[in-house]
Design a protein around this ligand. Structure first.
Ligand code: PLP
Length: 213
């Protein structure tokens, strides 16, 4: 795998308004550095322990995004530095992020994860709870809700994926404003469909680094 080349090829096909988050879970520091040296500064991880270790070992100007399910008791470990949390899926978690952000004198960027697939294994708010949740978060001074995140069903059925993405895109269009302007949908297998359905933040791992072991 030529990581630099993969990044260049993908970036050449992403329009400028689309943010690329490179998913570095399970990747060696060497691989991540190769992506970094190709100009990439935003990396996504899904496990707190792995994230903290990499944060300590890798360049300081990397922006780390938490994209995996986050337990409330682990928020304190990432609150000092995390650039964005994509996987905000409960009010309890929102409370905790706000509290820990305040202790660190920070405002933490968050995306609300929306449950769009019917799969039981995926986390997130129900789609009809998002607007009231955004209302409720207005009182929290140390979190900044920047948009929505979701994962489509793990299927090759493009119609199904498109249906799920268009559900969240319709909601996104409804709530979108100057500050709530990020729609994080699309992984290696479905990011082109995601972009057709309004995505402006894609999270790519295997299309950059090759299949994960
Ligand atoms: C692993 C992961 C990705 C990237 O998946 P690829 O198929 O390797 O691109 C994106 N989003 C989340 C939440 C993930 O856990």
């Amino acid at each position: 795998m030529n990581i630099r080349k993969n990044i260049q090829l993908i970036k050449a096909n992403l329009s400028k308004n689309i943010c690329l988050v490179i998913v570095s879970k399970k990747q060696s520091n060497n691989n991540i550095i190769e992506a970094y040296n190709a100009g990439q500064k935003i990396f996504g991880e899904n496990k707190v322990q792995e994230l903290i270790k990499k944060k300590e070992e890798l360049p300081n100007d990397i922006k780390w995004h938490m994209i995996g399910h986050l337990q409330t008791n682990k928020v304190k470990f990432i609150a000092p530095f995390i650039d964005m949390i994509h996987s905000v899926d409960s009010l309890k978690l929102i409370n905790e992020i706000d509290k820990r952000a305040e202790q660190n004198n920070r405002i933490i960027n968050c995306l609300l994860q929306v449950h769009i697939s019917k799969e039981k294994t995926k986390f997130g708010f129900d789609i009809d709870k998002i607007e009231e949740t955004i209302e409720e978060t207005l009182k929290f001074k140390n979190i900044n809700i920047r948009g929505l995140m979701a994962m489509a069903s793990n299927t090759s059925d493009k119609n199904k994926i498109t249906k799920e993405f268009s559900l969240i895109n319709n909601l996104f269009k409804k709530i979108q404003n100057k500050n709530i302007n990020l729609l994080s949908i699309g992984m290696s297998s479905d990011y082109l469909l995601a972009i057709q359905n309004g995505s402006n933040m894609v999270r790519l791992g295997s299309s950059i680094f090759g299949k994960r072991k």
